[in-house]
Design a protein around this ligand. Structure first.
Ligand code: DGJ
Length: 710
């Protein structure tokens, strides 16, 4: 049996199932499929052969990590019995298959449990699965873990995932699939700056341009697990779920626990093919932003130093260069003169803003710009009125106050009164002003995150649900507002939050050279329109490196373009040049925010190539990024995959405006013979066009536009 069934045409991520002797479904294959129905023929189910039951259990001689882990807790008169029900052997009760949904229900009467396993086939071709366990017997059932796991094709022997830190999110790391359990856990109550983001398994040396791959992602904004496992008796499997802390999920009779959705996406054309599947799914979401306005965020311009006249001046200059949305960042609310105080006191600061935010908002809007505002609702500073009146509202494992991080603690969003307070305060500000956009920040990891409601027991699961509940309530109350997910930069990037927000702040690293890497790998999951990318000041506040304006702007161009630079310090010439880049972004954003991301191979380690090919393949914009000095003078061939092989494309120099900025020597092919040349799509895919060596820290943009069939 195939899911999705072959009525879904075209390539998509499929699973193929057979039934075990007792009728329970076993998935014996997961991957990209074009709908050939080979059910029942390809692989017999052998004890050590391919395949993994929809729920892997110890009772069936699987010595790998059980997918459901838990046990009963039964309190008698003077004794508490634990441990029963730990080894389940579910039998299938029903199986429902439709074009887009597979639902299997199963039960274990001895353990007093029911299980529902669901899979959905999604727009773009990905698949997602989740499991729900219910306690049907008297007493409690303590869930310690439940994961959605699928088998991995035997020839997928390499793995990729990501790690990182503040200002360096999503650094790729590679390893082989070996025997044993490989586990990535996020335990900070948010995916985190070092989030795995996804694990990708594939054929040897898979890369952006080649290889069969299967990517797995847990759509959850709290603690999560990604797992790959293989042992001497069992083929490799991959999956994930929520990381549950001790005692977090204890089901009374009649209660259920559902895992987050775990996403699986397969491609046979490398990591770019995989990215295209994720992007297509995001573009199908109700919350998808469409294309994005150009943003100016004042954080790096003024930090906490808010001054109405200065901000009005920045807004004037923002309007002059073509910005469409002005965002007032941290520092506008009571007592918030630095990061030691004020979080939780969501009233406009009366000293700094004696007439409230209205004079600034009116000014911004009179310039024709949207207005955006920063919040960090989940946090509280000990030095705040909120903490002084409700010290018991924080997450903690008991009377001990958790260690501070950025001088702040985390509010307990599992408590309705805390959510009510935050809803009322945030909503009051949003209702008092015409706010178009909220940047929702989260600047620390959760630590000892227990709730007083349950005497300090862990509450990360409830906190994550509480975050979604609060955000959803605010979205419903303010349906026209666009929301951005920020967590010290890109610490909350996942498909759970993406159902709710329109943008992500990718990283606090605003140095364009470092940003090239962060954005390149963030688009492995996120479509470019989500990837907040800002032009910052000449000399980076984060690295101290000075980079040319063209390089900074061309780096921001492909994402959700914005400015972080204090425009009061920009010269007229710089403002004009920046206005050109804003105009260029506005001209190309329809393409950039709907097309397919490509990251062609570069033979030169000093050069990185990336671009976007239009969905209808009629045009593409390609960036040659000269990161560093090349060791030779050969230049590189820029091959562009994904064009119409039969169409011819006209190549046009798109920037920087001054070719001498990227090269001291001449004549150069692109400015000379290549400019205006018409080349067949097939030739561009196989041979590419030649790009000479450039000066380091330069981006050269080439626009390819279909001139029709030859
Ligand atoms: C962290 C964010 O990533 C920054 O952009 C800025 O909003 C600061 N927080 C404000 O505190």
């Amino acid at each position: 049996m195939l899911f999705p069934p072959t009525t879904r045409t075209g390539p998509c991520t499929r699973i193929e199932l057979a039934t075990r002797d007792d009728g329970f479904p076993v998935v014996f294959w997961a991957g990209l499929d074009d709908g050939r129905d080979v059910s029942g023929n390809a692989f017999p189910l052998l004890p050590n052969g391919p395949g993994m039951p929809l729920l892997g259990e110890h009772a069936h001689r699987l010595y790998t990590r059980p997918h459901l882990r838990g046990h009963r807790v039964v309190a008698g008169a003077d004794v508490v019995a634990t441990g029963q029900g730990w080894s389940t052997r579910f039998v299938q009760d029903s199986l429902d298959l439709s074009d887009t949904r597979l639902t299997v229900t199963a039960s274990d009467a001895d353990a007093g449990l029911e299980l529902v396993a669901e899979f959905e086939s999604l727009a773009g071709g990905a698949l997602r699965g989740r499991c729900t366990v219910s306690n049907t017997a008297p007493g409690s059932y303590l869930v310690t873990g439940l994961e959605v796991v699928l088998p991995v094709a035997d020839h997928h022997v390499e793995a990729l995932d990501f790690t990182g830190r503040h200002e360096r999110e999503r650094t790729p790391q590679r390893h082989s699939v070996t025997d044993g359990l490989w586990l990535r856990e996020s335990r900070g109550g948010r995916p985190g700056l070092g989030a795995a983001t996804m694990v990708v398994l594939g054929t040897p040396n898979f890369s952006p341009t080649q290889g069969e791959v299967l990517g797995v992602h847990v759509a959850w904004s709290g603690d999560s697990i990604l797992r790959v496992e293989r042992d001497a008796a069992t083929g490799a499997t991959v999956g994930g779920g929520e990381l549950l802390q001790p005692g977090e999920v204890c089901l009374a009779q009649g209660e259920s626990y559902a895992t987050p959705w775990v996403f699986f996406a397969a491609a046979d054309d490398g990591l770019d093919g995989l990215a295209a599947v994720w992007h297509a799914y995001q573009r199908s979401l109700d919350a998808h932003p469409g294309t994005q306005p150009v943003v100016l965020n004042v954080w790096e311009a003024v930090y906490f130093d808010h001054d109405l006249d200065r901000l009005r001046g920045i807004a004037d200059r923002a309007a002059r260069v073509g910005v469409e949305r002005f965002v007032l960042d941290d520092g506008w609310f009571r007592h918030r003169r630095d990061d030691t105080a004020g979080l939780g006191d969501w009233w406009v600061d009366e000293e700094v803003w004696p007439d409230g935010l209205t004079p600034l908002v009116d000014h911004v809007r009179s310039l024709g710009l949207e207005f955006g505002l920063w919040f960090e609702p989940e946090m509280v500073n000990p030095d705040s009125d909120l903490y002084r009146s409700h010290p018991d509202w924080i997450l903690s494992s008991g009377p001990r106050v958790p260690l501070l991080q950025r001088n702040q603690l985390v509010l307990d969003l599992s408590r309705p009164e805390v959510r009510d307070y935050l809803f009322e305060r945030v909503s009051a500000i949003l209702s008092a002003h015409p706010v178009d956009y909220v940047k929702w920040d989260h600047n620390r990891d959760l630590l000892e995150a227990g709730t007083a409601r349950r005497f300090g027991a862990p509450a990360v699961h409830e906190q994550t649900v509480g975050f979604y509940t609060l955000l959803d309530a605010l979205r419903a109350a303010h349906p026209d507002i666009a929301w951005e997910s920020c967590a010290s930069g890109g610490g909350r990037v996942d498909l759970g939050v993406l159902e709710r927000v329109q943008r992500v702040w990718t990283s606090d690293m605003t140095d364009a050279l470092a940003r090239q890497q962060i954005q390149r790998w963030t688009t492995q999951l996120l479509a470019p329109e989500y990837v907040g990318a800002h032009v910052s000041s000449r000399t980076s506040h984060t690295t101290g490196r000075t980079l040319p304006l063209d390089f900074r702007a061309a780096t921001a161009l492909f994402g959700s373009f914005g400015i972080e630079w204090d425009l009061m310090t920009a010269s007229d010439e710089e403002l004009d040049r920046l206005a050109d880049w804003v105009a260029r972004h506005r001209r190309f954003r329809g393409l950039l925010h709907s097309g397919r991301v490509v990251r062609p191979d570069s033979s030169d380690p000093a050069v990185q190539l990336h671009g976007v090919v239009a969905a209808d393949r009629r045009q593409a914009l390609v960036a040659h990024v000269q990161l560093d000095e090349s060791a030779h003078n050969r230049g590189v061939a820029v091959r562009v995959p994904g064009l119409d092989p039969a169409a011819t494309y006209r190549l046009t120099w798109e920037g920087p405006a001054d070719p001498t900025a990227v090269s001291a020597s001449s004549p150069l092919p692109l400015e000379g013979p290549t400019q205006g040349r018409e080349v067949l799509g097939q030739s561009l895919a196989t041979h590419g066009f030649w790009m000479p060596r450039r000066r380091p820290e330069t981006v050269t943009l080439v626009h390819l536009e279909s001139a029709g069939a030859p």
